[in-house]
Design a protein around this ligand. Structure first.
Ligand SMILES: [Zn+2]
Length: 489
């Protein structure tokens, strides 16, 4: 009786969660067996099943929702996003439909548990033998396992891999990064007093008017002098957590090792006599450090805006960074400053990240699920965030223009706006998710550098140049610089 019931649950589970990715009858049969083994393991103990089954259903229904809405695959990176993404970001995705759906699934799973407890029989040995026998068939099913995203197994497998990756990252980071050494480090008398790195969020090159977009999304930066917009700039990766550590260190698209073994450009600026700042409009990520916060912590001064407060309805605007930046610049204690501003930019939910006065392109997308709005509204909202980024960036330039200063702006990755039915980023490396906005600006003193850089604005460039160009353009010379990647050379 209990076995029939578990098989019944396995079939039901697969019909509901996996049928959209299964292709043939044998696929389905394999999936049912694999899920059946997992349910059988849970059923070894009455209490384990009673707790474990609803948790499985809870996780699977969340996963199913994300797979359907954002076409996200459950990968190690996706699990990392869940653990490291700030609550604010996460709440941007959670709509009432998702809550209702997950709630319903959990209620149904509790009913299934009640039935299970009624018909439960203690036959530990029999079940164990069955598990072992069925597991022998697993290698046959293995090839299906890699072609389909088999829930709930995939969630546990990827979570385990993620935990392992994090653990390894920590151990390596702690051990190796201490030994980051330079042969020499020289700073020129002409080095800028202010070096500013603005990290954009999900800003696409092709949605700025300055790059040829048909809408007037960048009126302010177009008025600036000594300002360069790069036309073919590509990101290292397609998520914040992977891109930022990549371009802050000597890591490149093809070699990520320095993320684990070396310190970031912040530490090099520190060594060169700069006081260093990391100001973030993105939330601090939980109790545990993410790869991004490990790098942020190298700075002398660290500030995360809005670390607490209302999580669901909070509006984070990048103009909130202006007073903080002004305070830093007014501080006379330090002559030379390297400042990183990590903006919220065009992060989903777009409507939460720009003030009402920038709601120029309408109608906008008010739903938390972009597929509900359709492309037109999503793009309108997105373009409003770009218009706001234009305003923020132009104002930052105005604020620092009194100083001998340079500015580099790079987005962390692109954003897919409904092309091929996909919204957001992190799903696949393509033109939409990697072709990013990137700018540079120079104060009067560095006119020559500006001209040099301007002549390269149509070249194919990537995040690989950020580390070397920040130092190179700041006239800091060290053996760490790869001259081919220094845009000011
Ligand atoms: Zn991002």
């Amino acid at each position: 009786m209990i076995y029939i019931y578990l098989i019944f649950l396995s079939i039901l589970f697969n019909l509901h969660f996996n049928n959209h990715i299964l292709t043939g009858k044998f696929h389905f049969f394999a999936a049912v067996i694999i899920v059946f083994i997992q349910f059988l393991i849970l059923s070894l103990s009455k209490n384990l099943f009673s707790i474990g089954f609803p948790i499985l259903i809870f996780l699977s229904s969340i996963a199913k929702y994300f797979i359907n809405t954002f076409k996200i695959k459950i990968t190690t990176n996706a699990i990392g996003l869940v653990f490291e993404t700030s609550l604010e970001e996460a709440s941007g995705y959670v709509g009432w439909e998702m809550v209702a759906y997950v709630f319903l699934m959990v209620v149904l799973s509790i009913i299934a548990v009640i039935i299970f407890r009624k018909i439960y029989k203690k036959d530990f040995k029999k079940k164990l033998v069955l598990i072992i026998i069925l597991s022998c068939f697993l290698p046959i099913f293995k090839k299906f396992h890699y072609t389909i995203q088999l829930m709930p197994h995939i969630i546990f497998e990827k979570s385990y891999k993620y935990a392992l990756e994090r653990y390894k990252f920590y151990r390596l980071a702690q051990k190796n990064r201490k030994n980051f050494k330079y042969k020499y480090l020289k700073i020129s008398k002409d080095s800028p007093d202010i070096v500013l790195l603005v990290i954009g969020e999900a800003a696409r090159e092709d949605h700025f008017h300055i790059n040829g977009y048909f809408r007037k999304t960048s009126p302010e930066i177009e008025k600036l002098t000594n300002f360069v917009s790069f036309k073919k700039f590509y990101s290292c990766d397609i998520t914040t957590r992977k891109s930022i550590p990549c371009f802050m260190t000597r890591a490149t698209i093809n070699n990520r090792k320095p993320i684990k073994t070396e310190k970031s450009v912040i530490s090099v600026f520190k060594k060169a006599g700069y006081y260093t700042y990391w100001i973030s409009n993105q939330r601090k990520l939980g109790k545990y450090d993410s790869p991004v916060t490990i790098i942020a912590k190298e700075a002398d001064f660290l500030k995360f805006n809005n670390p607490t407060g209302d999580l669901k309805n909070i509006h984070i605007y990048d103009e909130n960074l202006f007073p903080i930046l002004k305070n830093i610049l007014n501080d006379k204690k330090h002559n030379k400053k390297f400042i990183v501003l990590h903006t919220i930019g065009s992060h989903w939910h777009y409507e939460k990240h720009y003030p009402d006065s920038f709601r120029v392109f309408t109608p906008v997308c008010l739903f938390k699920d972009p597929t509900k709005c359709g492309r037109e509204k999503v793009i309108n909202s997105y373009d409003n965030t770009i218009l706001n980024t234009d305003f923020v960036l132009a104002n930052i330039v105005k604020i620092i223009s009194k100083f001998n200063s340079i500015l580099i702006y790079v987005s962390d990755h692109g954003e897919q706006l409904g092309e091929n039915g996909i919204y957001g980023h992190g799903q696949e490396r393509n033109e939409y998710q990697t072709h990013i906005a990137a700018f540079m600006w120079f104060s009067k003193k560095y006119k020559k550098l500006y001209k040099k850089v301007k002549s390269k604005k149509n070249l194919y460039l990537t995040h690989d140049i950020v580390f070397h160009s920040l130092l190179g353009c700041s006239k800091i010379d060290t053996n760490l610089i790869d001259k081919k990647l220094n845009i000011c050379k």
